[in-house]
Design a protein. Sequence first.
Length: 221
Amino acid sequence: MALFLVFMGPPGAGKSTMAKKLVSDYGLAHFSTGDIIREKLATDPEFKAEFDALVKAGKLLDDERTKQLLLEKMRASNISNGFILDGYPRTVNQAKDLERIMQELGKELNAVIYFSLPERVAIERLTKRLQCPKCGKIYNLASVKPKRANICDDCGTKLVAREDDEAKAIRKRFREYEEKTKPVVDYYRNKGLLYEIDVNDTVEENYKKMKTLVESLKNKQ
Ligand SMILES: [Zn+2]
């Protein structure tokens, strides 16, 4: 049974890692509007001219054109096992466009999977820096890891994400993402298509949860 999935989630939620695993285990196609636009820019000079003019005018690709690009790409791809769509839709209008795309393809969306992650964890993952609030020692999850997860080696205090400009910027992106996408999340929840997956765990554990969900979706068909 084919699976047609939309991935949603804030920066740092690990969507692309999860997508890669599902693609290899289930033979799904993987689409992101960012990749499609980049590919098109590299191969289609006419599109590049159109796009450059938009950027110069301070505009973005409109919904209609984005929809066309997606449909074109999906038609040219092997989607017999289904696909994962990442980074789209971002608005309710685009969600409605996606319905039209699915209609054109003669397929149906199975689920919108929302990767839920506490803001604190997203910041830790993206900055990889933790600090002891008591003694001030700084850890880096990529290099100087604490011996016990989230606990200061020196004084045993629970570590927190280091608050710096980078963390502040990530916090801002995180909140913007949640605010902007809330209407889309609500839209899919009302349609009964929304599934939340808690990704506050190791990649292996998160993927186990994902597989359980995917298997249950397959059985539902
Ligand atoms: Zn300490």
